[in-house]
Design a protein around this ligand. Structure first.
Ligand SMILES: [Zn+2]
Ligand SMILES: [Zn+2]
Length: 296
């Protein structure tokens, strides 16, 4: 994001709930969805449901990491207006609210990493950084001034406002393709795993892992999270070079989202991917932020 945009910390909506608490009533659907996959003991688990689970997990993970995160939050590459709308709609299917809400809070996270203004620092507790912040009224509006370049695009605004359309459509499609087993496993179980894998980047990737760069935040590199999230586990790399389309800086730092983006680049669907300079790849692991060149 550009640094010249004014950024205003949004006031939490007025209400009776104290700051830093989840809203128990509005959180009921979130907790209820965790229980739904257990109903598969009555329906059984079909192979169709298993294939749906895999497709909806990895497909939606790509839209979150490559779309919501690397495109809408960080503008790490460029694309056409229609494909930006595809990324926004696909991201909504993950049931993590709309692209303006998601990316707006993520920009706040980078700008105020691990300070009291960070929406989900683990310094406020692991539970808070994992999911508490999402279920709290504190973070329900899009932070003001964070998403100006996208909030004026009518189709993006519509998709963000109607963020329920994509997940409901996907749920209906899973039911039509795979019946009750397809809905419970192919949609709901996949959604629960998708949620927690994504949330691990905010919680565990600031607690468990190695630190290549001595950044001012608590970000870590974590192989397990990188596999689960198609490359988002190289979170210390990412906090150092947030503008890059590539987060795994070495060949062995698996980054499946980047590999898919390279394929889309060959098809001319995306372009201008921001990549690390070769000398950054050769940086010695113990190098500190002060030793590194300033990114473009
Ligand atoms: Zn972070
Ligand atoms: Zn980021």
């Amino acid at each position: 994001m550009s640094n010249d945009e004014p950024l205003v910390v949004a006031e939490a909506p007025k209400g009776n709930l104290p700051h830093g608490r989840i809203n128990p009533r509005s959180s009921i659907p979130f907790f209820a969805i965790h229980l739904l996959p257990f109903l598969a003991v009555f329906t059984g688990i079909t192979w169709t449901a298993v294939w749906l689970f895999m497709a909806t997990y990895w497909g939606r993970m790509f839209f979150i990491t490559a779309g919501y995160h690397r495109y809408f939050s960080h503008r790490a590459y460029r694309t056409s207006r229609p494909f930006a709308a595809v990324l926004a709609f696909g991201g909504c299917a993950a049931a993590q609210k709309g692209p303006l809400w998601w990316a707006g809070h993520h920009r706040m996270h980078h700008r105020y990493s691990d300070t009291p203004t960070d929406p989900h620092t683990p310094r406020k507790g692991f539970w808070w950084s994992h999911v508490g912040w999402i279920l709290s009224d504190d973070t329900s509006p899009v932070p003001e001034g964070t998403m100006k370049e996208y909030s004026d695009i009518p189709e993006i605004r519509w998709i963000d406002k109607h963020d329920w359309v994509a997940p409901w459509s996907l749920a209906v499609a899973c039911f039509l393709i795979g019946g009750w087993s397809g809905l419970l496993i192919g949609f709901f179980a996949s959604t629960v795993l998708l949620w927690h894998s994504t949330f691990l980047v905010n919680s565990l990737a600031h607690v468990w892992g190695t630190r290549r760069f001595d950044t001012t935040d608590t970000s870590r590199n974590n192989f397990v999270i990188a596999v689960l999230t198609m490359g988002e586990g190289w979170h210390n790399n990412h906090h150092r070079y947030a503008h890059l389309a590539r987060q795994g800086l070495y060949w062995w730092e698996v980054d499946a989202s980047y590999w898919v983006l390279c394929g889309l680049e060959k098809l001319h669907i995306v372009w201008d991917l921001k990549r690390p300079r070769p000398e950054w790849l050769e940086a010695k692991p113990a190098q500190t932020e002060a030793d590194l060149p300033v990114p473009d």
